[in-house]
Design a protein around this ligand. Structure first.
Ligand SMILES: N[C@@H](CCC(=O)N[C@@H](CS)C(=O)NCC(=O)O)C(=O)O
Length: 229
């Protein structure tokens, strides 16, 4: 779908906090433009509270909305493009329940993501020690009940999709924004721990393979729009 005004995503030239949004746009078949900002643009961002109410990016703008906060943008796209789990003709109560399942997984992904992302983007944490420490605390199945986990464990995610997913989707029987958020996270684990992640978490690896192979997502992942990191 091409809207009258091509949607624009303002963000750094990284996947980071914008990638689930990009994946959701791709899944919805929405053409969009990546407006790449650099650190030199940040002062101007901070001086423009009308466009950047929290002084931060990402920002998403289309002919209907102008939004910041990555989670809000993702949820907006979920509602706008039918990626929030409600089956056609669902009652208000059914739709609310379906959306709450999606939200639970989104929150679980966010808890883990916040612990993993520094290892990807902070040069001082790109060490074998940091990687091993993260694995031991948040990925190794034996650590799931440890006192430091505080909700951030990969086993929780695998159990959640095994319980609530259908037909290979993470939650319910169709594609939702939880699928793209989980794909984005699993992608990081598969690249950081290529040797063992799939063996330890086969359901998450299968989910990743299924969602990455959906035609619109596969086309996006293979396109020049998919940033290297
Ligand atoms: N809660 C916000 C956080 C956004 C955020 O941390 N953005 C960073 C870039 S990844 C930023 O704008 N940094 C510049 C700054 O905070 O001064 C979201 O999820 O969108």
């Amino acid at each position: 779908m091409v809207q009258e005004t091509t949607p624009v995503l303002f963000y750094f030239g990284f996947r980071a906090k914008a990638e689930a949004v990009r994946l959701a746009l791709a899944a919805a078949g929405v053409e969009f433009e990546n407006q790449v900002l650099t650190h030199a643009d940040v002062p101007a961002v901070k001086k423009d509270p009308a466009a950047y109410p929290f002084g931060q990016i990402p920002r998403y703008r289309d002919g209907e909305v102008d939004l910041v906060q990555s989670g809000a943008i993702l949820r907006y796209l979920g509602r706008r493009h039918g990626l929030y789990g409600a089956p056609a003709g669902a009652s208000e109560a059914e739709a609310a329940r379906a959306a709450a399942l999606v939200d639970q997984l989104l929150e679980g992904v966010a808890d883990l993501r916040s612990r993993l992302v520094p290892l990807v983007y902070r040069p001082n944490l790109q060490t074998e020690e940091a990687k091993q420490e993260h694995w031991d605390l948040h990925v190794a199945p034996s650590a799931v009940d440890g006192p430091e986990v505080r909700g951030g464990h990969v086993l929780h995610l695998q159990r959640f999709i095994e319980r609530h997913g259908q037909g290979g989707f993470a939650v319910g029987p169709s594609l939702t924004i939880a699928d793209v958020a989980l794909l984005d996270l699993t992608d990081l684990y598969l690249s950081k721990h290529a040797d063992k992640f799939s063996l330890v978490y086969p359901a998450l690896a299968d989910h990743h393979a299924k969602i990455a192979a959906l035609p619109r997502i596969a086309a996006y992942l293979a396109s020049p729009r998919r940033l290297p990191k």
